[in-house]
Design a protein around this ligand. Structure first.
Ligand code: V47
Length: 366
C-alpha cells in the first residue's frame, strides 16, 4: 500500500519524535498553502533541539581579490570581462591592507572568493593564501568555493585531493558553501551550465571532509527553479552529510535580480525567505547550523528567521560585493553592538563564534 500523503499533523508527529522527513514531506511544507506559522513552529522545535536559544554571529570580512571571471552565470552581477572598466585584480599590497584592516577591527575570519581570472595561474591563488597566512596567522581563511577548486584542478592538472592539501598547507582553514546554486540539471543547465556540476561540487566537498576541512553549503533560490528542485537539492546535501558529517552550516541564498541576466525575475518575498529557511532546518536534520545571511535577507527578515529555524546571522561583514552589486540595499557593515542588539531583540542569546563555531572569548574580541 502506498504511504498516506503527508499533512501537517503527520509531519508534526515526526518532528516531535525526531524522525527524518521525506521528499513528500518537504514538498508539502514548501507549498504556499501549508501555513507558514505552523511550518515555522515546527522548524523552531528542531532549531531549539539542536541549538537551544543561542543566536550565533562572527566578526568577519570579505575579500574578492578579482571579479574577472571566465564564467557567465546568468544570476551573477559581480563578474566582469577582462576588458570591462569594472574589472579589477588586487595587488599583494591591497590584499595585505585588507588583512591589516580585518585584524585591527577584531575580525576572526576572512571569507575569500572571487572570479576565475583567465590570465592568473593557479600559483597566484595559493600565493594569496600564503601572503595572508604569513602576515596574519590569527585570521581564519575561509577560502574558495568548490567551483574555484574545480578551476584550480584544471589550471594545475592536479587531483581534487592534491589541490585541497596544497591550499590547506598554504593557509586555507575551511571552505565557504558557494557555487552550489541548484543541483538539478534542469535548472543548473539554464543558469550556469558551464561550471562544476552537482556531482563534482559534492565530490569536492566530500574530499574536503575526508581531509578534515570543514565546509558550508548553500542553495540559491527564487529564480527559475521549482519546489521539487529545492527539496531535491536539500536531500542531496543531507545524503552527503550522512556520509561525512563535514558540513557546518547551510546558507539559503535568495536571488537578487538587479544587474543580472535574470533581472526580469522579481526578488523572492519575505514569506518565501522564511519558508525556505524553515523547510531547510526541517529537511537538513544532520547539519548543525542554518544561517540567516542578513546581507541578503535584510535585517528584519534575518531577525525573524531566528524564530523560523535559523540560529546564525553570519557576521558583521565588511566589503561584501556579490549581493551589493546585485542590488542589495542592506548596510555594508554592522557593528558588534548592533548585531548583538538585533539578536537580543529577537529573543535569542548572542554568542560570538569563530568560523568553526567555537565561542570566542576574552582577548580576541574587540
Ligand atoms: O555562489 C551570486 C550567490 C554565492 C547572486 O559559506 C547570488 O558561510 C543572489 O556562497 N543574487 C556566494 N545570490 C555567496 C556565498 C556565501 C555567502 C555567505 C556565507 C557563505 C558561507 C557563503 O552567492 C554564489 C551564488 O550562489 N549569488 N549572485 C545574486 N545576484
Amino acid at each position: 500500500m502506498a504511504p498516506a500523503a503527508p499533512d501537517m499533523a503527520s509531519i508534526r508527529r515526526k518532528v516531535e519524535a525526531g524522525e527524518r522527513l521525506t521528499m513528500d514531506d518537504g514538498l508539502f511544507l514548501d507549498r504556499p498553502d501549508a501555513r507558514l506559522q505552523e511550518v515555522g513552529l515546527l522548524a523552531n522545535i528542531a532549531r531549539e533541539r539542536i541549538n537551544g536559544n543561542v543566536g550565533y554571529y562572527n566578526i568577519n570580512t570579505h575579500l574578492n581579490a578579482t571579479n574577472i571571471c571566465v564564467y557567465r552565470c546568468t544570476f551573477c552581477a559581480f563578474r566582469a570581462d577582462l576588458r570591462d572598466p569594472r574589472g579589477y585584480r588586487m595587488t599583494d599590497e591591497q590584499i595585505l591592507a585588507r588583512g591589516r584592516e580585518a585584524v585591527d577591527n577584531g575580525c576572526t575570519e576572512m571569507h575569500i572568493v572571487g572570479g576565475l581570472h583567465h590570465q592568473m595561474e593557479y600559483d597566484w591563488y595559493v600565493h594569496l593564501l600564503r601572503v595572508l597566512r604569513g602576515a596574519y596567522p590569527e585570521l581564519h581563511l575561509k577560502a574558495w568555493t568548490a567551483v574555484e577548486i574545480h578551476w584550480f584542478e584544471f589550471l594545475s592538472g592536479q587531483s581534487t585531493r592534491a589541490v585541497l592539501e596544497e591550499l590547506r598547507d598554504a593557509g586555507m582553514g575551511s571552505m565557504p558553501g558557494g557555487g552550489a546554486e541548484i543541483f538539478h540539471p534542469e535548472v543548473r543547465d539554464r543558469i550556469c551550465e558551464h561550471k562544476a556540476d552537482a556531482g563534482k561540487w559534492l565530490d569536492i566537498h566530500r574530499t574536503a571532509h575526508e581531509l578534515g576541512i570543514r565546509t558550508n553549503c548553500t542553495m540559491l533560490y527564487g529564480h527559475v527553479e521549482r519546489s521539487f528542485h529545492r527539496i531535491d537539492h536539500l536531500l542531496r546535501l543531507r545524503a552527503l552529510q550522512d556520509e561525512t558529517g563535514g558540513f557546518q552550516a547551510f546558507v539559503p541564498l535568495a536571488f537578487h535580480p538587479a544587474n543580472t541576466g535574470l533581472s526580469q525575475i522579481p526578488k523572492a518575498s519575505s514569506t518565501t525567505d522564511l519558508r525556505t529557511i524553515a523547510v531547510s532546518r526541517l529537511m537538513l536534520d544532520n547539519i548543525p547550523h542554518i544561517k540567516a545571511y542578513w546581507i541578503m535577507l535584510g535585517l528584519g527578515v534575518a531577525q525573524t528567521a531566528l524564530a523560523y529555524g535559523a540560529d546564525d546571522l553570519d557576521g558583521t561583514v565588511r566589503h561584501e560585493l556579490i549581493y551589493h552589486d546585485a542590488g542589495a540595499t542592506t548596510p555594508e557593515i554592522l557593528s558588534v553592538d548592533e548585531i548583538r542588539r538585533r539578536i537580543i531583540e529577537a529573543g535569542r542569546e548572542p554568542v560570538e563564534r569563530d568560523t568553526l563555531y567555537r565561542p570566542v572569548v576574552g582577548a580576541r574580541r574587540k
